[in-house]
Write a protein that binds this ligand. Structure first.
Ligand code: SAH
Length: 296
């Protein structure tokens, strides 16, 4: 329990989140009114010309009143679900991966040096198998190497970016294209006082993969990963941790490495989810190898 401004809050295990009221509106919103933020607005997802607005309580009238101000014309649907269902039935609670301890803000006080992560309605609580497998590979990599500059493609809550910074990365660029993710990532960077190391940027991963880095983390989906793996800009990073592959998708992805200089170093499975740690020899190393063994 915590006491704030005279009111007693009894956090349940998902902290301030109970029910989610999700509204689908036409178009991409020009801005989010301040009034919404003071009335339970949790985040926005943009998808195929529509925006999904997340609130903690019934907000149809509130949205309706601001339609012209935000540049959209109508509310198409309303869905109400428990937050727990949004998080695939998992309560948010502290957990460990190697030397790292993660905790939501409402559960962090009794933990020493936690990485504080509040995913809100973005992806990246740490309880999804694809994230967990990435975290395990990240810890493993930093036991062997210390990639200094990291590019986190599809950062969601910022969880992988924060983990990389805690493990020893000097600079992390965390990229996403969803407003809800960007807002939470910025908030989480601030609550961990990582602002000097972790920069959050809005953009498309296929463009921002061009940014220089020693390590890329990419927990995305198969189509996007297949597109990324074709880009020489990815190979130049040396290290790459990919995740978001379910079942047989893992094999499809691994086959696609055949036409690249990237090699599989380690893999992790969490339930049906696979994640891979990849290594690409530098151009110089590749030339040396070819010179030693011209037919290789
Ligand atoms: N890194 C976090 C979140 C992964 S979910 C974790 O491992 O848990 C994938 C994230 O990628 C989502 O936040 C989604 O908004 C973002 N994303 C998907 N496609 C993208 C694209 N083309 N450009 C930028 N971000 C993208």
């Amino acid at each position: 329990m915590s006491q704030r401004s005279g009111r007693v809050f009894a956090w349940n295990m998902s902290g301030p989140y109970e029910m989610l009221h999700i509204y689908e509106v036409e178009g991409i919103l020009e801005h989010i009114p301040d009034l919404w933020r003071s009335k339970g607005f949790l985040g926005a997802w943009e998808d195929g010309g529509y925006t999904f607005l997340f609130f903690s309580s019934e907000s149809r009238d509130l949205i309706q009143e601001s339609l012209s101000e935000v540049g959209t014309s109508k509310v198409r649907s309303e869905t109400v679900i428990p937050y727990e269902d949004w998080e695939a039935g998992t309560w948010l609670k502290p957990f460990e991966v190697g030397p790292l301890v993660f905790a939501p803000p409402w559960d962090a006080a009794h933990i020493q040096d936690p990485i504080i992560v509040d995913p809100g309605v973005s992806f990246g609580s740490g309880f999804h198998g694809s994230t967990r497998a990435c975290l395990e590979l990240l810890v493993r990599l930093y036991q062997m190497q210390k990639p200094r500059i990291v590019l986190d493609l599809g950062t969601g809550s910022g969880i992988l970016a924060l983990a990389a910074a805690r493990l020893g990365a000097e600079m992390v660029l965390a990229v996403d294209n969803q407003p809800a993710a960007l807002e939470k990532a910025v908030e989480n960077v601030a609550s961990n006082r990582m602002g000097e190391k972790v920069q959050v940027r809005r953009g498309d991963v296929l463009e921002l993969v061009e940014e220089p880095a020693h390590l890329v983390t990419a927990n995305l989906h198969l189509d996007l990963l297949l597109e990324l793996v074709r880009r020489p800009a990815l190979w130049e990073k040396t290290w790459c941790i990919v995740s978001g592959l379910i079942g047989r998708q893992a094999e499809v992805f691994l086959k696609s490495l055949g036409s690249t200089p990237m090699q599989l170093l380690e893999s992790r499975r969490e339930g049906p989810w696979s994640a891979f740690l990849l290594y690409a020899a530098s151009q110089q190393e590749r030339s040396q190898l070819e010179a030693c063994n011209p037919r290789a």
